[in-house]
Design a protein. Sequence first.
Length: 451
Amino acid sequence: MKVVEEEQRIRVMEGPWTTEGVIREIIEEGTQEDPFYLMDLGEVVARYHQWKELLPRVEPFYAVKCNDDKLLLSTLAALGTGFDCASKAEIELITGLGVRPERIIFANPAKLASHIRYASTVGVDLMTFDSETELVKIKQAMPHAQLVIRIRCDATSAQCPLGIKFGCDPLTEAPRLLKLAAVHGLQVVGVSFHVGSGARETGVYARAIQLARALFGLGAAAGHRMRLLDLGGGFPGHAGSCIREVAQVINASLDANFSGCEVRVIAEPGRYFAAAAYTLAAMIHAKREIPTQNEEDGDGLHTMYFINDGVYGSFNCLLYDHQTVVPIPLQSEEGASRMSSLWGPTCDGLDCVVPRIRLPPQPIGGWLIFRDMGAYTLPVASPFNGFPLPKVRAVVDRRLWSVLKELWPLTEDHFVVGERVTGPQTPPPSPLASSPTESLHRTVFVECALK
């Protein structure tokens, strides 16, 4: 029987509980000094249910690069999602969980030849391309690959545009590449696109699906058996977000362009599943007051707070994912709010988390929490200057646990029942929590989704 490491085990919560309450409980034990995440598996399950309800025709293939926490991946595997992998290491990670190769797409249009050969050895043959040189490479390394041509169709506004790096022009390049693939004896089976991570426009999906439909016809004319449409990512994931609006656009466009067609439709959501499931807790370990001439600072002083996580750790998302973070104090001292700033623990002057924010006085040893921290944080963090990466503590409501523990690859060994979410500091696996009302709904959702 596979042994699950202690720090990877999920605490089963009984009775009413909240994320903030669990975080306070961990802190009040008195041994916690390093930053940590609390991950709520219920949030992941609720979002899976929402996806299946609103996008019944679209199979989610989770983008591993967004957050490769093994407990998150195991939970998604248990729910039945596929996975979008971009490298040999990510394929190793997912196949290591026991996920079948047909539930994986190698969705990197510019792959190392050695990674293509590795994918071939483990049976992952579905992969994307967007150039002639990639076709030649695949012909040499894996001629039996099932290819998906990636086209460019950018949202007018996105948190992280991707079209500047990947995707061939759907009108000029794509038709030529479809013919060239046929000449090389390669099989193209579908079309993919990515409108941009954190897309802020829904209509772009309709444009992209229409372009893909035209290429299905051109691909068939070139001798390809076109049977897969990959919608990519771009779906929102912050707390309170919903995909209802974008789902309506996608469903209508699929009906208009692929009604009655035997076409498998997948998508590559990342932050949609990961962002809201993780809450970060960071401790204030130092502060200083500096004089300022800025009129907004009122009393002529500005308070600098130093916390034990920064832009080289979890807050790399400020640089690489263009996120905005909002600190929520768990305790404050008496006194008027003052213009303040938050700084990471390293000796780099650029390690600034929040340059200006009005906060009530905060004590040394006080804690701040940051919500929606599950996307593009953990995988990119580094222990620069010797500061440890935050560990992940996972929690799940007991009513949801009764369902999840029966779903492979999760087992009863992954869960601990009836214990506090405390203990020695340790490395990454998973944590978060929600209100008892939300937990009740999530239990019902999951039971329905898994039948």
